[in-house]
Design a protein around this ligand. Sequence first.
Ligand code: MG
Length: 195
Amino acid sequence: METFTQQPFTVLVDIDAPLAMWEEGLVEFTRREFPNVFTADAGTRTSWDLTQGLTDEERHAVLTVMEMPGFYRDLQPVPGAREALYEMLEAGLEVFLCSTPSLGNPTCASDKFAWLDEHFGREITKRTILTQDKTLVTGDLLIDDKPEITGAHTPAWTHILYGQAYNIGLPGPRIDDWSEWSAVVGEHAGVGAAA
Ligand SMILES: [Mg+2]
């Protein structure tokens, strides 16, 4: 009895950085809320830890903004991201978003859903998994800007780095721009699986 068919190829996509211009939003908000505190341009930090090298005052400013209600609701979407996700779906890939909401920001999780509805549409919002441990989520690929993703399990997915200043030069497959998605995903999904 043939009960099990081949699983579809599943691409998990992180939200902050690959889909939402998180760092750009953080810099803009911080400069607005703390105009007298120095805030470096987005795309210039070389460490994943965004507080590294900051003064106490700079650290306070950035951490305060990260926890401001509504911060996650006002981010700009990354150009080409929406089109790439729908192209993946049309190519027959399973696409799910996989994001770790900030527990310190009281509206982060709900803002993410509202933000996705507005910028990506309900079809994508319905495909959103919020988790504190991405290693527990099953998939073939995880596109994520975080240099190292660990958790309770050995992940089933292959990590594709979404290119940012703080992960330049790290080994492994990467996507630096959404226009590259089909070449990179196709290489892992096999011939004919991607557009
Ligand atoms: Mg991210």
